[in-house]
Every structure is written in structure tokens, then in C-alpha cells.
Design a protein around this ligand. Structure first.
Ligand SMILES: [Zn+2]
Length: 198
């Protein structure tokens, strides 16, 4: 039996989400039918809003409602340090510990020869540009401890060190393959405090 068109479309939409297969998508779609009108309206509005009201900071690449973002435009932050992460959600995780007062740079990915992702495909050129312009003395590489995260850190280290800028890597309080977004605040704080020079 074919699902009615609206249900089929909703199932297909849910299947675009990471980790959602046909079975879960079908369950979610039928659950949506049972939801109250106002709840579904709110859900639809929030989906549209994240695309319409959010943009990427033209300086650091973080998601923001205003450009530049409130971290880049905060004059009380230490502009001599840039902490490099893979995704905006890593910034959220690091900001939660309230200890780091420098700036960020979001790569939006990692180098991956297997998937054909080179330096120009992620926010590396804009990082290099910032190092030319700003008074940066240290770059902290906080890509994840995966094979690609490590390779990206090594690549950036080789690129940045000749400019006379100190390059550090988060301490391995984070276990191999673990993501910054899932680390608790104490572990993150230790990883930042125990960072080692590359
Ligand atoms: Zn920014």
C-alpha cells in the first residue's frame, strides 16, 4: 500500500536527518499527525527560522544572528589567541566552560583526501587571512582526535608555524575518536589548560 502523498513527503524529509532510517522516519511522520496543530506550527516555524535568521560570521565562520558574531565583536576578549574547531557546535561546547576568553575559527569540516575535501573546501583560507591581519600570537588546534582531525591539525601546524605563531593542540584528555561536543566541561577545561605546543 502506498502512503498518501503528504505522509510520503514527510517521511522522505525526516530521512534527510542524520541517523534516521525509513522505519524511524515513518514512526516520526505518523507521530506528527497526532501532534497538536500549534506544536506542529511551532516546529515548522523553527525549521524555517534556523535557515532564515541564522548566518555564518564572516570573520570566524560561527553561526550567528548578527555578523560579526557576538564573540568576534566582544572587545573584552583576548584577540591574541584563536581556537580552531571543526563545527559551530564545538564553539557552543567550549563556551559552556566559561574559561576560554580568546577567539574562535570554525573550519566547517576537516581535510579528507578520501572524500576529496581539500584546504580550499573548508574555512582554511579565511583562517590564514586572519593570521595576516590580526595580532594573533597563538593558534590552538581543537579538531577532533579522529584520523582526519589529527591530519588537519598537522596540516595547519605546518602552514602556521613558519609565520612565527605558536601552535598548540588540545591535551589528550579527550580519548581518541571522541568529539568535543560530547566532552564534559571539566574534561574540556583540562584539555585546554594542558594543551601542548606542536
Ligand atoms: Zn565570529
Amino acid at each position: 500500500m502506498q502512503y498518501p502523498e503528504p505522509i510520503a513527503r514527510l517521511i522522505a524529509s525526516y530521512m534527510n536527518l542524520p541517523g534516521i532510517g525509513q522505519k524511524t522516519a515513518t514512526r516520526l511522520a505518523f507521530h506528527t499527525i497526532d501532534m497538536k496543530d500549534e506544536v506542529v506550527n511551532e516546529f515548522a516555524k523553527s525549521l524555517l527560522s534556523v535557515k532564515r535568521d541564522l548566518t555564518f560570521c564572516s570573520v570566524c565562520g560561527n553561526i550567528t544572528e548578527e555578523d560579526p558574531c557576538n564573540i568576534c565583536s566582544d572587545t573584552t576578549r583576548d584577540r591574541s589567541t584563536i581556537l580552531v574547531v571543526e563545527e559551530p557546535k564545538d564553539v557552543m561546547a567550549l563556551e559552556k566552560m566559561r574559561e576560554y576568553r580568546g577567539l574562535y575559527h570554525v573550519l566547517h569540516g576537516v581535510l579528507s583526501p578520501m572524500e576529496g575535501t581539500g584546504p580550499e573546501d573548508i574555512n582554511i583560507p579565511s583562517l590564514i587571512q586572519r593570521l595576516h591581519n590580526d595580532e594573533v600570537t597563538e593558534v590552538i588546534l581543537a579538531t577532533n582526535a579522529t584520523t582526519e582531525g589529527e591530519a588537519t591539525a598537522m596540516y595547519l601546524s605546518r602552514l602556521i608555524k613558519p609565520a612565527g605563531i605558536k601552535v598548540t593542540r588540545l591535551a589528550h584528555g579527550l580519548s581518541v575518536g571522541s568529539d568535543i561536543e560530547y566532552a564534559d566541561e571539566v574534561t574540556l577545561l583540562k584539555a585546554v589548560e594542558g594543551r601542548r605546543e606542536l
